[in-house]
Design a protein around this ligand. Sequence first.
Ligand code: SAM
Length: 205
Amino acid sequence: MSIWERGFAAVYDRMNAAMEAGVLGRRRAALVGDLEGQVLEIGSGTGANLPHYRNAARVTCTEPSAPMRGRLLHRAAAAAVPVDIRDAGAESLPFDDATFDAVVSTLVLCTVDDIAATLAEIRRVLRPGGRLLFIEHGGDAAGKRGVWQRRLDPVWTKVACGCHLTRDARSNLEQAGFTVSQYEEFSPKRTPPVLLPFAQGVATP
Ligand SMILES: C[S@@+](CC[C@H](N)C(=O)[O-])C[C@H]1O[C@@H](n2cnc3c(N)ncnc32)[C@H](O)[C@@H]1O
């Protein structure tokens, strides 16, 4: 485990506090609050979505970083729904086909090692009629922002534990054969411009 990985987990909640108190917290609640049945989260991090689940029968959180999982345990204990935590990367999910009614990815597709393998796994573990719900950031930004995102990406990726500034969730989903049925871009206040835009949406395989 690298010192960056431990440090990133230690500062993650403090770093995001202003965004969470504002628009991001509200969007997390809207994204997951009404989900029912078996829900899978990939890359749950410190568990920022967990306080917002109200109706899920069970939330299975996968998270490959041990320092993140340590923090996730605390939020899991306080959640209103049953929570399981598994040590797994999203490229190889330890679940049978068609296990979940919904998969949730918030700020994770920017970070996974292999986005095509991740989306193939999400497709595999979703039940027929299941949905992927997401909040992601970055993308095919035009103009000055895109130039800076591409320039800063190699450094940012090292500092932010694999996070890329340049991944466009929507086009990756469409390339992987998902239909993006809802999609809305937004810009949380007090967020570094290189992270923008954020996008919230729903996709089905
Ligand atoms: C920016 S954090 C987002 C955490 C959380 N989902 C949230 O909304 O706050 C990205 C998370 O993805 C995890 N991650 C990194 N590589 C991953 C992979 N290959 N598969 C799944 N998760 C991964 C990181 O450990 C980290 O917890």
